[in-house]
Design a protein around this ligand. Structure first.
Ligand code: NAP
Length: 278
C-alpha cells in the first residue's frame, strides 16, 4: 500500500520538489555563528505550513535535523483541517537525507507525530534503523550515492541514483516533496537539476558570515527562474515563489490564494527531464 496515499502517485513519474527556505537580505540561511537558525516570523511560519499542507514528504538535511532536533509540523487548525478534508495524513512524511545515517536516538524528532523515512546509501540491510519507519536506499555503486556537494561539476553523473530513488518515492505516493534545507542538501539537488520550485521568505536582516543559502561552489547548470508570486508576509518579510521559465509551477494557489493546492497534472513524466538519458 502507498505510504502517503497521494492522488499523484503514478508509476513512472517523479516527485515535484519545492525548496523552502527563509533567507536574510544578504542571502544567509543562518547567522555567522551557525547553529539552529530561526530566521522567519509568524508570516513565514504560515507560508511554511501552507507548503507542508501541499507536501507528501519533506527532505531534510541530516545536519539541519541534528542541529534543530526536530522538524516543522502543521500546527494551524485550518491547515490541519485542509489535509483532513483531502483524506491525507495529518503531517507529511519527514525524510532525513544522510550519508552516515548517524542520528542521536534521543532527538525530539523521533517522538514527533509523523512518519519518518531515511534516505541513505544502501547499507548492510534493507530494514530501517531504529526510529525510522522506512529506509529508502540510493543504489550501491551509483555515483548519486555520493550526493555531489564536494564536486558539483560531476552532477550529471550523479543524477541516476537520485532519479531512481525519486521515482520510487513517487510510485509509493510521495509525489510532492518539500526540500527544507540546509544549504548542502539544497545544493546537491539543485546541482542535479531536480528542484522545480523555490519558495523563499526574504527576512529583513543582514547577517553576514559564511552561511549562504547555497555553498560557494558553482552550480554546473546555473539556470534562471521565473517569478510566480510575491507577497508581503508582515514584519517586513517578503514571500517569493519561483519556478523554471516556461514550466508550470508544481503548485497551484487555492481560490482564496491562501494555500498551495495539489496540481498532479503538472508532474512531468521521466522522459521530459533534461538529464534523462535518451
Ligand atoms: N533558514 C532556513 O530556512 C534554514 C532551513 C534549513 C536549515 N537551515 C540552517 O542550515 C544549517 C545546516 O545546513 P548545512 O548545509 O550545514 O547542512 P544540511 O544540508 O542540513 O545537512 C548536510 C548533511 O546532509 C546529508 N546530505 C547532504 N546532501 C546529501 C546527499 N546528496 N546525499 C546524501 N546525504 C546528503 C549529509 O549527512 P551526513 O552528515 O549524515 O552524511 C550532510 O552532511 C543550519 O544552520 C540550519 O539552521 C536554515
Amino acid at each position: 500500500m502507498s505510504p502517503a496515499g497521494s492522488a499523484a502517485s503514478d508509476a513512472g513519474l517523479r516527485p515535484r520538489i519545492l525548496l523552502v527556505l527563509a533567507v536574510s537580505l544578504d542571502g544567509r540561511l543562518a547567522p555567522a555563528g551557525g547553529g539552529a537558525a530561526q530566521l522567519g516570523g509568524a508570516g513565514d511560519r504560515r507560508a511554511l505550513e501552507e507548503a507542508l499542507v501541499w507536501a507528501d514528504g519533506c527532505l531534510i538535511g541530516a545536519e539541519t535535523l541534528r542541529l534543530h532536533g526536530s522538524t516543522c509540523l502543521i500546527r494551524q487548525a485550518d491547515l490541519q483541517e485542509r489535509r483532513q478534508r483531502e483524506g491525507r495524513s495529518a503531517q507529511p512524511w519527514a525524510l532525513a537525507v544522510s550519508r552516515s545515517g548517524q542520528f542521536d536516538p534521543l532527538l525530539p524528532f523521533f517522538s514527533q507525530p509523523l512518519r519518518r523515512g531515511l534516505l541513505a546509501p544502501a547499507g548492510a540491510g534493507s530494514s530501517p534503523p531504529a526510529g525510522f519507519d522506512r529506509l529508502w536506499a540510493l543504489p550501491p555503486g551509483d555515483p548519486g550515492v555520493a550526493g555531489l556537494p564536494v564536486d558539483l561539476s560531476q552532477a550529471p553523473q550523479g543524477s541516476r541514483g537520485w532519479a531512481a530513488l525519486l521515482a520510487q518515492l513517487a510510485a509509493e505516493g510521495l509525489a510532492r516533496l518539500l526540500l527544507l534545507g540546509g544549504a548542502r542538501l539544497a545544493a546537491s539537488l539543485l546541482a542535479l537539476d531536480l528542484v522545480d520550485g523555490l519558495q523563499l521568505t526574504l527576512v529583513p536582516r543582514l547577517l553576514g558570515g559564511a552561511h549562504s543559502w547555497l555553498p560557494a561552489t558553482p552550480l554546473p547548470a546555473p539556470g534562471s527562474w521565473e517569478l510566480q508570486e510575491s507577497r508581503p508576509l508582515g514584519q517586513g518579510e517578503l514571500l517569493l515563489r519561483y519556478c523554471r521559465p516556461g514550466q508550470l509551477p508544481p503548485w497551484k494557489l487555492s481560490p482564496d490564494n491562501s494555500a498551495l493546492v495539489t496540481s498532479p497534472q503538472s508532474i512531468p513524466p521521466w522522459n521530459s527531464l533534461p538529464w534523462q538519458a535518451p
